[in-house]
Design a protein around this ligand. Structure first.
Ligand SMILES: Nc1ncnc2c1ncn2[C@@H]1O[C@H](COP(=O)(O)OP(=O)(O)OP(=O)(O)O)[C@@H](O)[C@H]1O
Length: 227
């Protein structure tokens, strides 16, 4: 088993003094390469906080996030942004597409920002897998919710990241589109050997995962599949 991502005594407290909220209590976690993890727990249990820390989108109050031998928490903002762009794919509930760019430009944005070449063969494979062929020139407001989320997934995968972090990616979709998007996400991660860490409220989705991480008041209560 290869460990891709590891946390050591990872902690997050928002605010200070009386207003302080300890969103994540010291957490030691090991994420294995190529597996699908579901993160579940009640609202406010710390799921998004954990995902943001794992992806270097936010800084921990204490502790470390180690990926490929590097402590993300020690990066400055610029270093973190570059590392994220190259090694981590994000998918959010709200898609977060740039409205003034076409679908294909949204998808290629991580490569444009890094001045990297487009691997056309891989891009076409992604477009096919995500059923986006023919939608390349459309703007986000011309796409359905399911299509917009599939564009967001293509954008998350275009730089061939080692890990995909998804925060309630199907939260805005109807049941049918949600299932489709999820199957596609799981399928593409499997094909491209990516680790998938997905926050969800949906226990049916969690059952599809290899491992379920359950958070309760900022504590990891189980790493076993018990749903
Ligand atoms: N920016 C912030 N400032 C202050 N408190 C925050 C902030 N973000 C989150 N919190 C608090 O931290 C705790 C954990 O929040 P988090 O968003 O990680 O939970 P969650 O499990 O993802 O919840 P949900 O399922 O509702 O999205 C909550 O008590 C929340 O109110």
């Amino acid at each position: 088993m290869n460990i891709l991502l590891e946390t050591k005594r990872l902690e997050k407290t928002y605010g200070t003094g009386e207003r302080a909220v300890q969103a994540l209590k010291p957490l030691d976690l090991q994420i294995e390469e190529g597996k699908f993890y579901a993160v579940i727990g009640r609202s406010g249990s710390g799921k998004s906080t954990l995902l943001h820390l794992l992806g270097g989108l936010d800084r921990p109050t204490a502790g470390e996030v180690i990926m490929e031998g590097k402590n993300l928490a020690a990066f400055n903002d610029r270093e973190a942004a570059i590392f994220r762009r190259r090694r981590i794919g994000f998918v959010f509930q709200a898609y977060n597409l740039l409205p003034e760019y076409t679908a294909i430009d949204n998808i290629r944005m991580p490569l444009y920002l890094d001045q990297r070449e487009i691997d056309e063969e891989y891009e076409i494979m992604l477009l096919k897998k995500l059923r986006l062929v023919g939608k390349e020139k459309k703007y986000p407001n011309e796409l359905s919710g399911g299509e917009a989320q599939r564009v967001a997934i293509a954008r998350a995968l275009i730089a061939k990241p080692a890990v995909v972090l998804a925060d309630e990616p199907t939260g805005n979709l109807d049941a049918k589109s949600a299932e489709e998007v999820l199957q596609i996400l799981q399928g593409t991660c499997r094909i491209f050997h990516q680790t998938l860490i997905l926050v969800t409220h949906d226990l049916q989705i969690a059952r599809m995962a290899d491992e379920v991480l359950t958070l309760e008041d900022g504590n990891l209560v189980t790493g076993e599949k018990q749903v």
